[in-house]
Every structure is written in C-alpha cells, then in structure tokens.
Ligand binder design. Structure first.
Ligand SMILES: [Zn+2]
Length: 414
C-alpha cells in the first residue's frame, strides 16, 4: 500500500473522490499538511435535493481543516461541484467528509466534541490548534441540532432546578425528564421565574409534548416556581424536593450564626461544626464547638438542633409517618424559635415549610427519588468548569446540554 492510499483510507474517501496530491509545508509553524482531493473528470454527483446522479456544471475550490497529522495541522482542499439537476436546478453538493457550511471535516468536529466533554473549551481549542470561537460554533451547531430532534411527546414528570455559571451571576433554570435515567436534561433557559417555565412549556409543545400531559413536577422552594408550576402545568401535582428543604434550613442556620457572631463570640470552628452532616464526619474540636454552643445557649445552637431534626423527618417510611413527623418538627421548631430575635431567619424558613407542607410530604408518595436532582449539581459543576472564562449564560447552557442532555453521541448522528 502506498502512502497516498493510507492517507485516503484515513480520510474515509468514497468514490468518486480520491486523494490526488499531498504536500507538507515546513515553512510555517506548526507545519501544514495539505491534501488535495478530487473526482475524475466526467464523474457524476448526487443532486443534494433529490439524489439523482448529475453532471457537474462548475466547481469551487474549498478547504477544510482536518485532524492533525501527528503534530502537523492538516487541510483538505477540493473542487466542489454544482450539479445541474433537471428537476432541482443548479445546486452545490455537500461533500461526504464535511457538513454544509463548516470549515472543518466531520472527523475534526467529532474529536472536538469528545474533547469538550473532558476539558475546558479554551484548553480543547489550544490542543486542537483552533480559535475557541470556532470551536463554540461547532458545539452550538451540534447541540442545537440535537435538541431540535429530541422527542418530548412522552414527558410526564419533570424536575427543575436553578443554577448560575458563577456565584452572584444570572441564573439558569434547568429542566429534567424524571423518566430518563441518563442524560436527563431536556431544557435549560436563562432566568428563574414564571417566564422560564413558560419557555419550557413552549419548547415541550414544539417537540411533541403537551403541558396537560405533565402530571408531576418536582422543584425547589421558590415561590415564583411553585406559583408558576400550577399555572403552567394545570394537571401537575407539585412536589418540593427534600434536598432543597434541607438547603433552605441550612441557609437559615447560617444566617443565624452570622448575625449572632456579630453580637457575641462564638466558639472556634462553629461554622464547620454546624455544617457537617453527621456525627461521623466531625472531629473532636467540632464536637467541642457544638457542646459549647449548647452550653452557652446560643441561638446558633438552637438553629443547628432544628436543622439536625430534619433528618428524623426524612427517615419516615410512609407518607402518614412523614405527615406526623413534619407536624411535630414544625411545632417543636416554632416553640424553640419563638421570641428569639436572632432566630428570625429560621422562623422564615419554617413558615415556608409550613406553607409548602403538602408539597413536601408528597415526596413520600412520589416514585421519583431526588437523587436525580442532587446528581445535577455535579453536572452543573462540570459545565461551569468547561465554560470557564466565557461570561455569558448561553455558553453555560450549551455546556449543560453537551454534558447532560439526551443528545448522546452527537458525533454519531453525523
Ligand atoms: Zn435534483
């Protein structure tokens, strides 16, 4: 086999295309390998509209960036014909190694997408020797196309959560299909309000789904979401995700501690001692800090006790038991927080829990575990890392899709 044949094999060229010339340009850094691809004179090409074989009318020279050949940048150049179809007229054909409008070969794009699942965009761009801007264009194309093809006609149970590319930045709301075990993200949109819900509903309907077909929505404790859900999905029962109940109470405890620390001296290590999930993860000093908090009758200690009591509610094995435990929890916690001014943040959290009581205990009847929503956090983290350095929401959303939407092997759909 000659070197030319080996290269042609690597390109996956199909008849009538063949490799006719190769040249290594060593005058530029990195060196460039230029491959010339051509079809014999008089070859017939399929009309891009109807597929019938036609003669070429004229040609235009085009060049595509291909995968690096060892350390050299590789390019393919070919004269691309326009077919003169008797039915469809004159049309430029799409060559088999690249999609229309792209200046990369399909193989190049495929490798780029695989790399982007593993490393930040700017690192992948460096490694492939292209500008990040062009790489983003490739990603946007494939993600956009894949999203348009996802069939949402069977979506009946969804969960939604919000996240930001960076702390304090604008939020993005992410919707997952609870029936999908893998790659559950079906929509992500800027904002964290009713409009985000409406945009999701419109997308759902555009992709064959129906708002009336959604009978379960799992979400966090935000009032805007909860009100929006009932409005947007009239048949859905609302479940408040337990993870967010814990988060809300933990935040309240933190606020109490911060406020109290301004007024009195709290024991060293109070912050981490109160944030640790259980006894097993704490060290001696943290145990001591908790004991001191209790001994001094600190509001932070009370807030911590309330947060820890949530675990007991969570362990209820039936909805009936959960109803009883949550009722007792609220009664106890309200008594503990009554008339202590520093505990105001906790009182507010308890009021929210009371307000959403039914939605919270519905999780004991729901068939969906909230492990799915918690798992989303690691996806968000990865998307944040991949999109690092790019400041807009859209890049963050695109990365969430690439990592967690059912677009599976984007490259396989080429
Ligand atoms: Zn035609």
């Amino acid at each position: 086999m000659q070197s030319k044949d080996i290269l042609a094999l690597g390109l996956g060229l199909e008849s009538p295309w063949e490799l006719v010339d190769q040249e290594l340009n060593t005058e530029v850094e990195p060196h460039e390998l230029h491959l010339r691809v051509s079809a014999p004179r008089g070859s017939l090409f399929p009309c891009p509209e109807c597929g019938q074989w036609c003669k070429a009318r004229d040609f235009k020279e085009m060049t595509w960036r291909h995968l690096n050949f060892f350390q050299h940048h590789a390019y393919i150049t070919a004269d691309v014909p326009r077919t003169d179809c008797p039915d469809c007229g004159v049309k430029r054909i799409t060559v088999p190694w690249a999609r229309e409008g792209s200046h990369f070969t399909l193989l190049f794009e495929q490798v780029a997408l695989s790399l982007l699942r593993e490393m930040p965009v700017n690192a992948a761009a460096r490694q492939m020797g292209v500008t990040d801007k062009r790489l983003w264009r490739v990603v946007n194309h494939y993600v956009g196309r894949a999203l348009d093809r996802i069939d949402l006609s069977n979506v009946s149970a969804i969960a939604l959560d919000e996240t930001a590319a960076k702390r304090g930045q604008h939020y993005v709301t992410v919707f997952i299909d609870l029936e999908r075990a893998e790659n559950p993200v079906i929509f992500a949109t800027p904002g964290q309000d009713k409009d985000a819900l409406r945009r999701f509903r419109n997308h759902l309907q555009a992709q064959g789904g129906a708002a009336n077909g959604v009978w379960e929505v799992v979400c966090d404790m935000s009032q805007a979401f909860q009100a929006g859900v009932t409005e947007t999905f009239p048949n859905a029962s609302l479940t408040t995700d337990w993870f967010h109940v814990v988060q809300r109470v933990t935040d309240a405890m933190n606020d109490v501690r911060k406020a109290e620390a301004k007024a009195i001296k709290l024991p060293k290590g109070a912050r981490w001692a109160t944030l640790k999930a259980g006894e097993r993860q704490r060290n001696n000093r943290q145990d001591q800090a908790l004991a001191e908090l209790e001994a001094m009758g600190a509001a932070t200690g009370e807030a911590y006790a309330i947060k820890e009591k949530l675990r007991w509610v969570r362990q209820a094995t039936s909805q009936q038991a959960a109803r009883w435990r949550l009722t007792r929890f609220l009664r106890l916690a309200k008594a503990l927080t009554a008339e202590v001014e520093t505990l105001e943040p906790m009182r507010k959290a308890l009021a929210t829990i009371e307000h959403q009581f039914e939605a919270i205990i519905r999780r004991w009847r729901s068939t969906y575990s909230n492990a799915r929503l918690e798992g989303l956090n690691s996806i968000f983290q990865a998307a944040r890392a991949r999109a690092r350095g790019y400041r807009n929401q859209q890049t963050f959303i695109t990365m969430i899709y690439l990592l967690a939407a059912p677009i599976g092997k984007v490259e396989k759909s080429i």
